[in-house]
Ligand binder design. Structure first.
Ligand code: NI
Length: 137
């Protein structure tokens, strides 16, 4: 069911919002507001740390760093978050890219990402916060 409601905004915020809408190519204000609300709710789910979330963890690491691949694998086996899928790409002679998709409580997914990022030889790590969206419906 779709409910319509009106929002009162002062001129300055409305102008900023219209620029935001133009930059992100939203067809109308409702689309833009809907995405902002969803982003805020997903962010909150992650902050609370207790909800069920999904995280996409990507790592670029030095292929020649001793034992690094073993450590990366062990950490995933021992993680409280559940690793759903991993993809490995041999980028060039020195570098590997590993993408780990994990599901679980936000604090466990974040702990898994932090443990991987802290490893010696990991050059770049990004955690992308996704949500199962259960609390958004
Ligand atoms: Ni590789």
């Amino acid at each position: 069911m779709v409910t319509r409601f009106s929002i009162s905004l002062d001129g300055e915020i409305l102008e900023s919002f219209e620029r935001f809408r133009a930059r992100h190519k939203y067809a109308n204000r409702s689309e833009a507001v809907r995405d902002l609300i969803r982003t805020a709710l997903v962010g909150e789910e992650w902050k609370r740390g207790s909800g069920d979330v999904m995280g996409v963890i990507s790592l670029v690491y030095d292929h020649h760093q001793r034992n690094l691949l073993n450590r990366i694998t062990s950490i995933q086996h021992d993680a409280e978050a559940h690793v759903v899928s991993t993809t490995h790409v041999h980028m060039d002679h020195h570098n590997c890219l590993e993408i780990v998709i994990a599901r679980g409580k936000a604090r466990h997914v974040r702990a898994l990402a932090d443990a991987l990022f802290a490893l010696r030889g990991v050059k770049n790590g990004v955690l992308n916060a996704a949500s199962t969206g259960r609390s958004l419906h």
